[in-house]
Design a protein around this ligand. Sequence first.
Ligand SMILES: [Zn+2]
Length: 185
Amino acid sequence: MLPPATPEEVTGLPDAVALIHRFTNTDDRRTFVVHGRRLEANDRLATPADLERWLREHDLPDPGGAAGHTDLARARDLRAALRRALGERGEVLLDLPVRVRLTARGAEPVALGDPVTVALGRIVAAAVTATADGTWRRLGICPAPDCQWVFYDRSRPGRARWCSPHLCGNRMKTQAYRRRTPEET
Ligand SMILES: [Zn+2]
């Protein structure tokens, strides 16, 4: 089995939840060994240029080469807030200008401001949409300390604990077993 890092992980999912999945996993913390290869933690939003590239790849407004460190910091703060919320580690109050458009079809969040603000606002709007369509509650963070991958739980009951029971579930169970039964010297 391949490491759980492929775009196929979000294949068939609504755009909103797929966007949250991709954005939160730009902070890839996985360092476990799979198929004899140790994964390397990788932050895909390490520089302002990274942010521009990521926004373009996801059809979000980008500032056309003008992204600065403040923009990067705001994107990383939003990412940390989403990961904190998904990891059930408390409540986050976001400070982003998101308005609400009301029509006969209903209410929808609308992001306003400079390109990066609009892009981040759209990610927040995606979280609102994912909450409304019931997909947000199926997102979780793998509790394995050497993983912490944000995964979408496709199981029918929706109570999956690990991003992969085969990889992370088994690895953590083996480590716990070793701790309980120290090898004799
Ligand atoms: Zn995992």
